[in-house]
Design a protein around this ligand. Structure first.
Ligand SMILES: O=C(O)[C@H]1O[C@H](OP(=O)(O)OP(=O)(O)OC[C@H]2O[C@@H](n3ccc(=O)[nH]c3=O)[C@H](O)[C@@H]2O)[C@H](O)[C@@H](O)[C@H]1O
Length: 434
């Protein structure tokens, strides 16, 4: 691994540098004022020290980026070669795609689908421990077997992102790295700001300065509809009443990407995913944790809405979502800017990617019981006021018209595939399941 793989980076940009120079100047300043009485001598020494500090810092930067003086270690070269190979396009008119969150659920599926059809793919993921990182490592290993490299790094790390853009001319960015989960936002609000706001801005800054600029497709969320009660949810419906901080950060993402489209000419497509599920899924989601608990004989908590009305979700199978992502990339149109300047208007699009047939949570449990051949121990509780919404239901006609999006997997079929994967992945033979 080259050094920059292990580098720390400030999550508040500039903070580290400011403190460092402050310390240097004050500490040395006090010492020298004792030694030199003449003001002019001291001034010369101060100037000399500033020059020395500046040249030292620029040398450090050179060593880290390996750019300005042609310095490149063997490890850097090997890493760059791996990145280039992973990004190689293997079909006519193919694309080279940077997939953020590539070790995540949707990211790993999209990366694989792109690679399989001959596109170049490089992934980046911070492998955080929001849920079991070993599942992320397993997805990474699976991608590696298919020739896809996943770089370990955070989207707040502009240096690492710039390095990737130096090595590869990315035509597209599929931005799926995010802090997911609706209810966890009450526990750890800052992680949502860190990834979904600050990380997004860092990524957009890098993309806007890239030459040529890539087209960007990114994951928004059905949760932006919040308390909207128009059914089914259309892209033109109200999205200014979020029910969770997660939803609010995704909505903010839609506004932020709009400004980058408007000012810099970046081509932007936001996809509002509706409760995506399937093999290699996220352990924090209901269908996944219910499966685990049912198999372990543990109770599950089923939330109920006002007046004991069942909650419902427009559960959408991963393969349908992948088709929607690829369709969005293929139809995204080009960014128009270069060198950080807009040259003309670029596409700005938002699409729902749902299944168009909501299913209640008790029905979801019933399907799982059938596939697992086991009964769930259900505890019904009133929906806590923690960001949940009573139902979701997508109108998908915009995506259908634009790139032929048409989901084909119902919940019964999709959960059967999920259960098969779950049992095989966790080696379940009637014993303890992790
Ligand atoms: O579409 C999205 O944009 C979001 O989809 C997903 O959120 P949700 O639709 O809330 O999925 P999920 O947690 O599986 O709960 C499903 C149902 O089970 C109910 N639920 C949940 C947990 C529980 O213990 N009991 C329960 O009844 C719960 O009340 C709900 O009715 C993603 O996680 C999120 O990251 C985001 O992408």
């Amino acid at each position: 691994m080259p050094n920059f793989e292990e580098d720390d980076f400030p999550s508040t940009p500039g903070k580290f540098k400011i403190e460092r120079s402050h310390h240097l100047h004050h500490g040395f300043g006090r010492q020298f004022s004792r030694v030199f009485s003449s003001t002019s001598t001291m001034l010369i020494w101060v100037l000399f020290l500033i020059a020395l500090t500046v040249s030292f810092l620029s040398f450090q930067t050179t060593v880290h980026t390996g750019r300005s003086y042609g310095y490149l270690s063997w490890a850097d070269r090997k890493w760059e070669r791996e990145v280039r190979v992973s990004a190689q396009i293997q079909r006519p008119h193919g694309m080279s795609v940077l997939v953020t969150g590539a070790a995540g659920f949707v990211g790993s599926h999209v990366a694989l689908a792109l690679k399989k059809r001959g596109d170049g793919v490089v992934g980046i993921d911070n492998f955080n421990d929001y849920y079991d990182p070993s599942l992320k490592q397993a997805r990474k290993a699976m991608l590696k077997r298919h020739g896809i490299m996943v770089v370990e790094g955070d989207i707040n790390d502009a240096k690492k992102l710039n390095k990737l853009f130096d090595v590869v001319v990315f035509t597209h960015v599929m931005h799926l790295a995010a802090q997911a989960g609706v209810r966890y936002a009450m526990e750890n609000p800052h992680s949502y700001v860190h990834s979904n706001i600050a990380g997004l801005v860092t990524l957009l800054e890098v993309c806007k300065s890239a030459n040529p600029q890539p087209s960007i497709v990114w994951a928004s969320s059905s949760s932006v509809y919040g308390l909207n009660d128009q059914v089914p949810f259309s892209e033109s419906d109200r999205t200014d009443q979020p029910a969770s901080l997660y939803a609010a950060t995704k909505k903010a993402g839609e506004e932020i990407t709009h400004t980058y489209n408007h000012i810099y000419g970046l081509s932007i497509t936001g996809l509002r995913f509706f409760t995506v599920y399937g093999p290699w899924g996220r352990p924090d989601m209901a269908y996944f944790s219910f499966t685990r608990n049912i198999l372990q004989g543990k109770p599950i908590t089923v939330y109920r809405g006002k007046d004991r009305v069942d909650l419902a979700r427009d559960f959408t199978y991963i393969d349908d979502i992948v088709k929607g992502c690829l369709g969005s990339l293929d139809s995204s149109g080009k960014s128009t800017g270069s060198g950080g300047r807009k040259r003309g208007p670029a596409p700005y699009r938002i699409f729902n990617l749902g299944n168009t047939s909501p299913v209640t949570v008790p029905n979801l449990v019933g399907i799982l019981e059938k596939h697992l051949k086991m009964k769930a121990k259900k505890h019904f509780v009133d929906m806590p006021g923690n960001g949940d919404v009573p139902f979701t239901h997508a109108n998908i006609s915009a995506a259908q018209n634009e790139f032929g999006y048409k989901p084909t997997t119902d919940l019964e079929t999709g959960l059967k595939k999920f259960v098969r994967w779950y049992l095989s992945y966790y080696g379940y033979h009637g014993k303890y399941v992790n």
